[in-house]
Design a protein around this ligand. Sequence first.
Ligand code: FNR
Length: 384
Amino acid sequence: MSLAYPATTDDWQRLAQRRLPRFYADYIDGGAGAERTLAANVQAFAALRLRQRVLVDVAQVSTRARLAGEDCALPLALAPVGLAGMAAARGEVQAARAAQAAGVPFTLSTVGICPLGEVASAVQAPFWFQLYMLRERGAVQALLQDAWASGCRTLVFTVDLPVTGLRWRDVRHGLADGGARAALIKAWQVLARPGWVRRVALGGKPLTFGNLAAQVPGARDLNAFRAWVDAQFDPSVTWQDIAWLRQQWKGRLLLKGILTAEDAQAAVDAGADGVVVSNHGGRQLDSAPATASVLPAIAQAVGSRTELLVDGGIRSGVDVFKALALGAHGVLIGRPWVWALAAGGEAGVARLLAHWQRELRTTMMLTGVRRTADINASHLERFS
Ligand code: FNR
């Protein structure tokens, strides 16, 4: 198949796989364990069926929505993805620019490649910052100050990583536990992709580890970085720390990685402004449920009192519609934007977002909905 004009998310994934070294493509694509949750996420959205409605006046349809108090062109934000900036030169800057042009928020990961200041100086629109709790709370405070000074007003605090999930693809490439043979295999994969080396390592600056660069010893090496990150992530974090965080951060606070109605309720009680129903794209607890399957119960429990976002397995504008029909106010997308970035840089992400918007608009017209706020469960076909 010709991929001169990539159209779907699958096209972008295939193009990205051609361009990236295996270890990095597997790092992006992979999930935890047997990748059951990773597969279930995609299947759960794919399996839903929509109710077509006819003879409704859909001459005026708007895909706009409010997310975290911001007016957005689509009910969608780019999810935080660690090391995404290696997919293209200064990758997070390119993605943030594309998101700004498309009118949707971009989220910078704690473990991004480009630092906060670099992203801030490349865009005018405010972007979101994602935080992992570090053992050194002083470093957390410094990150929060940096984020605020960089114009971030929404903090996405990720709560599903007391320990990094067991991602066997990374282990096979020696990313998770190193070793001389693994380093050789990786070096060989990298050298087999001179274009990737040119774009990434030589794309203006040498490889650095963004917001954590100052803190990571030997920050040029992926394994050293990974080891430091694993040692810094704090598995003793509890709801009390959310109270501390709430005091530290004046902006909006979203808790990401919620999968039960009880935890969603606790998040609201702890003062969060919203929750992201997420299983980290199937990268943490393998055999956790697909997000689409737990979303309705969580929406019923807290949807009228808090902002409800969802991610995991959303692969098209049609899936965005389905997420809203299940009760979400908006979605985050992870791998799709990184694949488009790897394959087409800023223009790739822009094209991906434009296609998703067309898909959402078309889906709304064919289901007879004019405003995203009107998408609800009545648009889903019930089989039982
Ligand atoms: C992630 N995700 C993630 N989440 C987070 O809060 N901080 C992070 O640094 C990362 N890093 C990361 C790296 C990679 C390679 C992936 C694929 C994902 C999870 C991400 O924000 C999001 O929850 C999922 O990617 C959503 O699933 P989809 O859209 O990829 O199916």
